[in-house]
Design a binder for this molecule. Structure first.
Ligand code: AR6
Length: 168
């Protein structure tokens, strides 16, 4: 698998699947989640509501992933995953690892060739960027998958630098 870094807005990526740093409700929020629903339009939320009414009545658990349409985004699918809220006293890194693994598992089920990830948990959920980058890069690198092209799309200079440091 080829892993690359992009500085920019994940909603503009021309890939098969874009990963959303969602919350358990699947009903939208700020950060990447807000941007994806704004740019992708109402079809994404419609499918999320259907998931809540069927399979995920209690919400999507932390560390899991589920796909919907990408609506008007250039991508074909959005893979929603719920990162853990950072805690200094409780090691939740296993859940963050799971977000990347599960997203790639769902991507494989869909036959995705290219995928774009944001820095899951490293915004509103407070995960320190260097550690978020280490977990993201190590996990995607070490996961067996059919996905050929994985991109990390970083919104800020700091995030880009942290991921660049890990990739070297
Ligand atoms: N493209 C790429 N990266 C972005 C974009 C974008 N358009 N916008 C923000 N980022 P966050 P979390 C970066 O907060 O920490 C939502 O309310 C951002 O700078 O989006 O997992 C959800 O509904 C940061 O580096 O996700 C949840 O409630 C990274 O993406 C909660 O936030 C992740 O920041 C999830 O928090």
């Amino acid at each position: 698998m080829k892993i690359t870094l992009v500085r920019g807005d994940i909603t503009e990526e021309d890939v098969d699947a874009v990963v959303n740093a969602a919350n358990s409700s699947l009903l939208g929020g700020g950060g990447v989640d807000g941007a994806i629903h704004r740019r992708g339009g109402p079809d994404i939320l419609d499918e999320c509501r259907k998931l809540r009414a069927s399979h995920y009545g209690g919400g999507l658990p932390t560390g899991q992933a589920v796909a919907t349409t990408a609506g008007r985004l250039p991508a074909r699918w959005v893979i929603h995953t719920v990162g853990p809220v950072y805690s200094a006293s409780d090691d939740r890194s296993g859940q963050l690892v799971s977000c990347y693994r599960e997203s790639l598992r769902v991507a494989d089920e869909l036959g995705v060739g290219s995928i774009a990830f944001p820095a899951v948990s490293a915004g509103i959920y407070g995960w320190p960027m260097d550690d978020a980058a280490r977990i993201a890069v190590d996990t995607v690198r070490s996961t067996t998958t059919q996905v050929a092209d994985a991109r990390f799309v970083l919104f800020t200079e700091d995030a880009y630098a942290a991921f660049d440091n890990q990739l070297r």
